[in-house]
Design a protein around this ligand. Structure first.
Ligand SMILES: NC(=O)c1ccc[n+]([C@@H]2O[C@H](COP(=O)([O-])OP(=O)(O)OC[C@H]3O[C@@H](n4cnc5c(N)ncnc54)[C@H](OP(=O)(O)O)[C@@H]3O)[C@@H](O)[C@H]2O)c1
Length: 287
């Protein structure tokens, strides 16, 4: 767990007090670097990460695990989940699921219930396919909506009910910059529609559950290498040039560059934040 180790060594180096308060901040409290970092600690928390068999979700599962959480990971490819579990050992539970199926979503929640609580849901599983809107088969539109929006809504609903009973919980939806702007010249209107809906669902649920202890936020990544973006984008000269020339920072995101936003939103560090979507996009939406 090199990542967790890095935080601990940062805290040790920067600690100047033996008298460490339980929480950081507040005018009367000593602001201590260890206490500040403790807000990010996820020990004894239980998390679900969907779409953990590749790409961003695989990284999200490892980051939450490294911060102390027990993580239930879901996707269709069980061999990939098994590799993840083998690499991490304890506190990680794979559930093979096609999350377009409502019964599979209920089974995922059932397995998680055996952990005794649910503190974090990362709704990451997603799909995008290029189709000109004027000729996109409705089946493709439906497929895009099923995983990117309907599954997200249903999982939020079921996780939200558990979290409301507990009086606490944090949901992190993985939206996209394409939830705020169109994708042209890339033709992905149904994906844009689904991700835009996720951004506003996040606002609506954040506001609806604000007094119930359940926070709902989202991350809008820019372009990051993954199976979804490899072919035709990162692997393609013109795709890469498109990313580099249109991103104010002049490059795509690096694998670790979503860790901070994820951990911030999943943990107590964002205890007064709800309904928000944080763009991690090298400035794409700032243009
Ligand atoms: N990479 C980017 O630049 C970028 C930018 C903005 C937003 N995003 C979002 O980030 C999320 C992760 O995408 P990624 O880039 O990491 O792509 P990816 O590598 O293709 O990962 C997609 C994940 O979703 C899972 N998934 C897809 N359909 C599923 C289904 N029916 N049931 C269960 N799991 C399913 C896949 O697992 P199985 O195939 O094993 O089921 C896989 O683990 C998505 O929501 C995507 O829209 C990505």
């Amino acid at each position: 767990m090199p990542w967790r180790g890095a935080l601990v060594s940062f805290a040790t180096v920067n600690s100047s007090s033996d008298d460490i308060p339980d929480t950081a901040g507040g005018p009367e409290e000593i602001i201590d670097s260890i206490a500040a970092l403790r807000m990010f600690d996820l020990t004894d928390r239980v998390a679900i990460v969907t779409g953990a068999s590749s790409g961003l979700g695989n990284r999200f599962a490892r980051v939450l695990h490294a911060s102390g959480a027990t993580v239930v990971v879901a996707a269709r490819r069980m061999d990939r989940l098994a590799e993840l579990v083998d690499g991490l050992g304890e506190r990680i539970h794979p559930v093979q699921s096609d999350l377009t199926d409502g019964e599979a979503r209920k089974r995922l929640m059932g397995v998680t219930a055996e952990m005794g609580r649910l503190d974090i849901l990362v709704n990451n599983a997603g799909y995008s396919g290029v189709q000109p809107a004027e000729s996109e088969p409705l089946e493709h539109y439906q497929r895009t909506m099923d995983i990117n929006l309907h599954a997200v809504y249903h999982l939020c609903q079921m996780a939200g009910a558990v979290m409301i009973d507990q009086g606490s919980g944090s949901i992190v939806n993985i939206a996209s910059i394409l939830g705020f702007v169109g994708s042209a010249p890339i033709k992905e209107a149904s994906y844009c529609a689904a991700k835009g809906a996720v951004v506003n669902l996040t606002r609506a649920l954040g506001a609806e559950w604000g007094r119930k202890g359940v926070r709902v936020n989202a991350i809008a990544p820019g372009w990051f290498p993954s199976e979804m973006t490899q072919e035709g984008m990162f692997d393609d000269e013109s795709g890469l040039a498109f990313i580099e020339s249109n991103t104010p920072m002049g490059r795509g995101g690096l694998e670790h560059e979503l860790d901070g936003a994820l951990l911030y939103l999943a943990s107590d560090a964002s205890s007064y934040v709800t309904g928000q979507t944080i763009a991690v996009d090298g400035g794409w939406l700032a243009r």
